[in-house]
Design a binder for this molecule. Sequence first.
Ligand SMILES: *Cc1c(COP(=O)(O)O)cnc(C)c1O
Length: 394
Amino acid sequence: MSNNLAVKNIAIMNTYNRFPVKLVKGKGSKVWDDKENEYLDYTSGIATCNLGHVPDQVQSRVKEQLDLLWHCSNLYEIPNQEELAELLTQNSVFEKVFFCNSGAEANEAAIKIAKKYAKDQGNPERTDIVTFKQSFHGRTGATMAATGQEKIHQGFTPLAVGFRYLALNDFESLSEISDGKTTAVLLEVIQGEGGVNPVDKEWLTQLEKICKENDILLMVDEVQTGMGRTGTLFAYEQFGVKPDVITLAKGLGSGIPIGAMLASESVAASFSPGTHGSTFGGNPLATSAGIATIESILSDGFLAEVKEKSDWFRKQLEKLRQSSNKVIGIKGLGFLVGIELTEPVGPWIDRFREKGILVLSAGANVLRVLPPLTTTKEELNQFVNVFHEIETEE
Ligand SMILES: *Cc1c(COP(=O)(O)O)cnc(C)c1O
């Protein structure tokens, strides 16, 4: 089966290899195509629809806002934006929020503030940002350069300057961070696109120590790991670190586009009127979705249930691993799950889809499974059973 629609005469630029499915409707964990086939969506629109599709609470809040005001400039006070910023800062170690529209933009904001911070601290020679191999930070000029994957750079040189890539979880190379040229370290605590690779907790503690001792900013890209995906509101909470900056997007608006960069008071002081901005960033409509999303995730027992269900799911997957010679390991945290296979993942994704389940890859051999946080044990079981069916096929 060909996944390449480039041959079709459609007016969309060919930046994605699209699966031959036209999705037209969604509710909860389910989506339907134009032929009324039902699928269990264990991609969650790539970690975006964390509350499932068209979640009631978010839908009604957005509908309310649709009747009031969709957009106004950031030249005016925006009550929804203030409320969402309050919710984000009250439930994290940060004091200030900058709103934008996507993950790449949130990381652009982090990159900019890190550069400005160095100058404001009297360290203009600190121009570099350290990132890691196999990372993913976005597709814009600077975030593509921040991404530690050659295949993403290919054809786009000259790249934005000032990025250096170290090996993740490598203790030895940590000393390169305190070279006097580095203003910030940007990393995912679990690399999503790069293969569902978690950082080693001890290594991260060591990295944080070097950052604090040298006034280098620790910036965590939580675009994929944030908003409850790993079982806590933010993934950094589970690694015992206190970052200076985090970035959010995917799950923040349940599918209504919104991004954010959160920072401590002292770092946030480096942005002032005229230094950064965004027309749409934090507009009334997008922030209404954000408010309802975070309220749902923080509602009583929600995250405890995510933890319970995802622990149970992991146990089932571990059993599959033990009985299968095609599964190397189960990676990730919460409902950010990577199943490392002994063989290419592409045919598995096709088989899952043919059997009514949508899943993703992360690199060549890792099946990436991102159930909505609201998924049921019954649905999780359906996945486990289908996995077993595919695994025992010849
Ligand atoms: C998806 C992703 C991005 C980019 O987000 P966009 O909204 O597509 O720009 C950045 N960082 C991480 C970790 C991501 O998973």
